[in-house]
Design a protein around this ligand. Structure first.
Ligand SMILES: Nc1nc2c(ncn2[C@@H]2O[C@H](COP(=O)(O)OP(=O)(O)OP(=O)(O)O)[C@@H](O)[C@H]2O)c(=O)[nH]1
Ligand SMILES: [Mg+2]
Length: 377
């Protein structure tokens, strides 16, 4: 048996019970209410029906109202029990089942025993953590076989000895590899720039609420403040950082060093240039930088119009934020996937597909094939 709903507080919990004896145990423990026209469950499980009653052993421990149904009747019954939620109520049902010899395991184990494919199981696991609707729909696509179909196409080409065509398919899959690793783990975007240019104000505008302290004084932000949000449906962790400058005292210098480190590891660093004050560019740009002009509502102190920037914003008024979000999304995901596109949706899947591509390019089609077959197992 496995708990399908998260542990902890909840109105309802779902349990799956799978095994050759599952139905016999259910028949033993399940009791119809006195008002019901029937007193016993049928001899065999039937899919497409639900039974309402109580589950428990008369005279032993407690019992709870449950909804019982069969997800699979054959060859091995897979039953689902919906009972009251909360650790204690669920624990009571688990104890009742355990006394009948039912062993607890993780839901993934139950799926594996029932013959779920590796890719399906992985997609299901990722889906449980999908932070946005866009990500969920991509992962559902993968659950329904988008990646498996793409891998099958490669296999077919390898079998026919069409190495170049197989390589092309693999290349196309790997072009979505980075996106695949950022479906559940957010992209990292760092907001950096000189002190007082409006970094914290921009992060607040992106977040849609006051996440960071803002003040007219330079040097307000000392430490990194990270907020996870959705930009165009992609999960993005945006970090506000301390303003970079040369004459910082010890504490501030530590903050600047952190900011520098974070910027060089980020997927994208937005470097803010204050349109109303002399611009300051970093001496050694860290990582992938894109310029953003801030305070465009104030009189321009320099010709920022001539700068190639991804955004021009007035954060407190929300001006230019929508356009900046679109530009950030475009930078992170250059080509958004179409419905049904196969995506290597974990880092490991990306690695395995890359290895298959190496084998294919080395003319080792057999090796590439075996690697891909392993993915489909
Ligand atoms: N007029 C105008 N003022 C802004 C804009 N963005 C920020 N400010 C103001 O500029 C000042 C500094 O803003 P912050 O967001 O704290 O700037 P910061 O870059 O985070 O500053 P530090 O953390 O000190 O490095 C505040 O008084 C903000 O209200 C803007 O687009 N237009
Ligand atoms: Mg700040």
């Amino acid at each position: 048996m496995a708990l399908l709903t998260p542990p902890g507080r909840g109105a309802i919990a779902s349990l799956a019970v799978r095994g050759t004896r599952a139905w016999d145990i259910a028949r033993e423990l399940f009791h119809f209410p006195p008002s019901a026209k029937v007193t016993e469950l049928p001899n065999r499980p039937v899919t497409g029906r639900i039974w309402l009653g109580r589950l428990g052993e008369p005279g032993k421990g407690g019992s709870d109202d449950v909804v019982l149904c069969a997800r699979h009747a054959e060859p091995i019954p897979w039953l689902e029990l919906h009972c009251h939620g909360g650790d204690q109520a669920v624990g009571m049902i688990c104890d009742v089942l355990a006394r009948q010899g039912v062993v607890a395991c993780a839901w993934q184990e139950l799926e594996r025993q029932a013959g779920a494919r590796q890719l399906q199981l992985l997609a299901q696991q990722q889906l449980a953590q999908a932070p946005t609707l866009r990500v969920a729909s991509i992962l559902l696509d993968q659950f329904h076989g988008a990646l498996a179909r793409a891998v099958h196409r490669v296999l077919l080409k390898l079998e026919n000895g069409e190495g170049e065509a197989a390589d092309e398919e693999l290349r196309s899959l790997l072009s979505r590899r980075q996106l695949g690793t950022h479906l559940v783990t957010p992209w990292r975007v760092v907001v950096a720039g000189a002190p007082n240019v409006g970094k914290s104000s921009l992060v607040n505008a992106l977040a849609g609420f006051t996440r960071c302290l803002v003040s007219p004084e330079a040097g307000t932000t000392r430490d990194v403040v990270t907020t996870t949000l959705a930009i165009d449906g992609w999960p993005v962790a945006v970090s506000d950082t301390a303003g970079w400058h040369d004459n910082a005292a010890s504490l501030e210098r530590q903050g600047i060093e952190r900011a520098r480190q974070l910027a060089s590891d980020a997927d994208l660093c937005l470097w803010l240039l204050d349109g109303s004050a002399a611009p300051m560019l970093p001496e050694d740009p860290a990582g992938i930088m894109a310029l953003v002009i801030s305070k465009v509502d104030l009189p321009a102190a320099w010709d920022w119009q001539s700068v190639s920037a991804v955004g021009q914003v007035s954060s407190p008024a929300g001006v230019g934020i929508k356009e900046l979000c679109a530009a950030i999304a475009q930078r992170l995901v250059t080509e958004a996937p179409a419905a049904g596109d196969g995506i290597p949706f974990t880092a490991e899947l990306g690695e395995q597909i890359e290895q298959a591509q190496c084998d294919c390019r080395a003319g080792q089609y057999h090796k590439a094939r075996n690697r891909l077959l392993e993915l489909l197992s």
